[in-house]
Design a protein around this ligand. Structure first.
Ligand code: ATP
Ligand code: MG
Length: 291
């Protein structure tokens, strides 16, 4: 199976009819085991490194990868594994936590805008402005603490935020930022298993957070918020990938193949030098050989 095709079946460009319950978090396509997937993943990682080198050399496009998920879905591990082959000079990861006082002094797209990738770069957002239609929607009190003028807080606010996000992403796409968004789709059962492992295994204890367990009580509200978010913000220029997340090795494989697929679509190549530059190169090489 070609991995590029593999990723395509999880890509959502028009979310109107999307139902999360139609996506199985435990799906692993035709792959039976981690070992079987590993070989393909390694090939994709090598391919990605080559494509990133060209992206960087060309210095025209930039790639923005956005990761959103429930706790323990494996965002961090996916970023670590999938990006393991790329040159750190051409790639930055930003994690967005609870907004600071300074950040709350601005509109909700401000803090992420500051961290957008430059041309030639891959930028990874571990959480993003999408938190503004997820946790902020699930916990209404957060919206109240955002310092918005009260007349602007109406029942239309989520629709308005979807519109603003769509326009913003359209603007970025029209300026050369290619956006791909990943929702790591974990089952409630697998989340429980991973939380228990955090409690049981000493080397995973540091990841345990009591608030993560508390958020689990809002599971259904979150699923609804994710579904609505994808329905309203999946577009051709900035598609969502709904990635099965119960098998980490499969998550890594699909994300890697989606990135490779995206970079391949850009038909990247190294910049060609003009005649004057070629002459300069020939002369430099002659001069060096003489010494
Ligand atoms: P992660 O959970 O992503 O692995 P972490 O455990 O290191 O990261 P946390 O302290 O859990 O870090 O920070 C992320 C928390 O910040 C999440 O609960 C997330 O929902 C919250 N958050 C992120 N952006 C916003 C926002 N715009 N408004 C409110 N809360 C937000
Ligand atoms: Mg956390």
């Amino acid at each position: 199976m070609k991995t590029a095709k593999l990723a395509r079946s999880y890509r959502v460009e028009d979310g109107a009819k999307l139902r999360l319950k139609d996506f199985d978090p435990a799906d692993s396509a035709n792959f039976k085991s981690k070992e079987e997937a590993e070989e393909k993943l390694q090939k994709d990682i090598v391919r990605m490194a080559d494509l990133q080198d060209k992206l960087y050399a060309q210095d025209k496009w930039s790639l923005l990868l956005i990761f959103q998920a429930m706790d323990a879905a494996g965002k961090d591990g996916t970023i670590k594994h999938v990006m393991s082959g790329v040159n750190p000079e051409g790639c930055q990861v930003h994690s967005f936590k609870v907004p600071s006082e300074t950040e709350l002094q601005h509109d909700f797209l401000w803090r992420t805008t500051l961290q957008l990738p430059e041309r030639g770069q891959i930028g990874i957002f571990n959480r993003s402005y999408y938190e503004e239609v997820l946790i902020v929607r699930v916990h209404a009190e957060l919206l109240k603490s955002e310092k918005l003028p009260p007349p602007l807080i109406t029942e239309r606010i989520w629709k308005e935020r979807f519109e603003d996000i769509q326009s913003f992403e359209k603007h970025l796409a029209r300026n050369g930022t290619v956006i791909r968004k990943f929702f790591l789709h974990l089952s409630k059962k697998e989340q429980k298993r991973r939380f228990l492992a955090r409690l049981d295994e000493p080397e995973k204890n540091w990841k345990f957070s009591a608030s993560d367990i508390h958020e689990r009580e809002y599971w259904d509200d979150y699923q609804k918020a994710y579904e609505d978010m994808i329905q309203n913000t999946a577009t051709k220029q900035a598609p969502w990938y709904v990635i099965p997340a119960d098998h980490k090795w499969f998550t890594h494989l699909v994300v890697a193949s989606a990135i490779v697929e995206t970079l391949e679509e850009l038909n990247l190549s190294y910049p060609r030098v003009d005649a004057a530059k070629r002459k300069e190169i020939q002369e430099a090489s002659k001069a060096l050989l003489k010494k």
